[in-house]
Design a binder for this molecule. Structure first.
Ligand SMILES: NC(=O)c1ccc[n+]([C@@H]2O[C@H](COP(=O)([O-])OP(=O)(O)OC[C@H]3O[C@@H](n4cnc5c(N)ncnc54)[C@H](OP(=O)(O)O)[C@@H]3O)[C@@H](O)[C@H]2O)c1
Length: 328
């Protein structure tokens, strides 16, 4: 492995234009190649991130021998295909959220990565946010007592457009996979897998879920309320409640700049400076794992990625959203 982790970017859409420059700006990392379905689009992003090579196909990108890891930045309807393409070319992968459309696809990608002993991680960057990790440690320490509940929402207005990734069923459209995967993961980090899931939602004219609200139940009485919507904005917050206090995550739960911890009558605000877009912690974790020869990040276990998609499969079925690939 070269001194610097050499990244390839697969797909040159919106998130690739956000995360690509962050990779180039994170010490010990560089983008060396971009592949897109269109060479001009690949070259435009390559120029932006200082990458010396660009390709007009994904196949050419994954065949490049001088790449240490490929960031899969296509729409989630394509992640399964592009993750397998890259793993079969012998390259480790960071796959944007949502990892795949459903748990079946996720299991296939994870099995391929493990069988080839190649690094694989879902780009669930919230898991690497130091303040979220601190909130987990505080909750686990008992400082807010026994956990009672989690409340989390991630909503943002997306104008209805049947071709947009949020509404286009063929591209994996739907708010549960696009936005809901964050509050779902957030609740999972504190409470783990629920014993029951009840979901209500509203469908867009394309049949994708425009809003969804889940109620999770646990045999011991704990519960979580998780919601997401593409119909309007929300403060994007999360609350973990215990018998002796609570932790509230400040605006933008996936990149929270502060958390408030309430223990009895004491209240403390913990802050961090979010540098750039906030993706630097995720990029650093991928680089750390690759240098250490780890094929999975302990911060984003692949078994969790699959299990969370199992819960989202169940929630999606409850609101009546089905993707062709659900059939296998
Ligand atoms: N981590 C985050 O905070 C965050 C934020 C936004 C989005 N995302 C995730 O990132 C992924 C991409 O989102 P985006 O906003 O970047 O979407 P986007 O702007 O539509 O770009 C997606 C890219 O996917 C590629 N693609 C390949 N096959 C495709 C197909 N059949 N249909 C549509 N696109 C296809 C295209 O790449 P080419 O350039 O090769 O044509 C396109 O540029 C999604 O999974 C989304 O959930 C994550």
């Amino acid at each position: 492995m070269a001194d610097s982790i050499r990244w390839g970017i697969l797909g040159a859409g919106g998130i690739a234009h956000t995360v690509g420059p962050e990779i180039a700006a994170t010490p010990g990392n560089q983008v060396v190649a971009v592949g897109a379905r269109d060479l001009d689009r690949a070259t435009a992003l390559a120029t932006k991130v200082g990458a010396p090579r660009s390709y007009g196909s994904y196949a050419e990108l994954v065949a490049d021998p001088d790449i240490d890891v490929v960031y899969i930045a296509t729409t989630h309807g394509q992640h399964h295909e592009h993750a397998l393409l890259t793993l079969r070319a012998g390259k480790p992968i960071l796959v944007e959220k949502a990892f795949t459309l459903n748990a079946r696809e996720a299991r296939e990608v994870v099995a391929e990565a493990r069988q080839r002993r190649l690094f694989c991680m879902e780009g669930m960057w919230m898991r690497m946010n130091p303040l979220i990790r601190e909130a987990q440690q505080i909750a686990a320490s008992g400082r807010i007592g026994d956990l009672v509940s989690v409340h989390a929402d991630l909503s943002r207005r997306f104008e209805f457009d049947p071709t947009h990734r949020l509404y286009n069923l063929a591209a994996g459209g739907g708010t549960l996979l696009d936005l809901g995967v964050y509050p779902t993961t957030f609740a999972w980090l504190f409470l783990g897998r629920p014993d029951s899931v009840h979901t209500t939602g509203a469908l867009a004219p394309t049949g994708s879920d425009a809003s969804a609200a889940m109620q999770w139940g646990y045999h011991d009485g704990r519960f979580a309320q998780i919601s997401c919507s593409a119909l309007g904005p929300s403060p994007l917050t999360g609350v973990v409640a215990g018998t002796e206090g609570w932790i509230s995550i400040g605006e933008r739960v996936h990149r929270a700049p502060y958390i408030t911890v309430r223990e009895g009558d004491d209240e403390q605000v913990l802050r961090q400076t979010v540098t750039g877009t906030g993706f630097d912690h995720e990029i650093a974790e991928v680089a750390r794992c690759l240098r250490a020869g780890e094929i999975e990040s302990p911060l984003a276990p692949l078994d969790d990625t699959v299990a969370i998609l199992e819960v989202l499969d169940e929630a999606r079925a409850q609101v009546g959203v089905h993707y062709p690939s659900d059939q296998g």
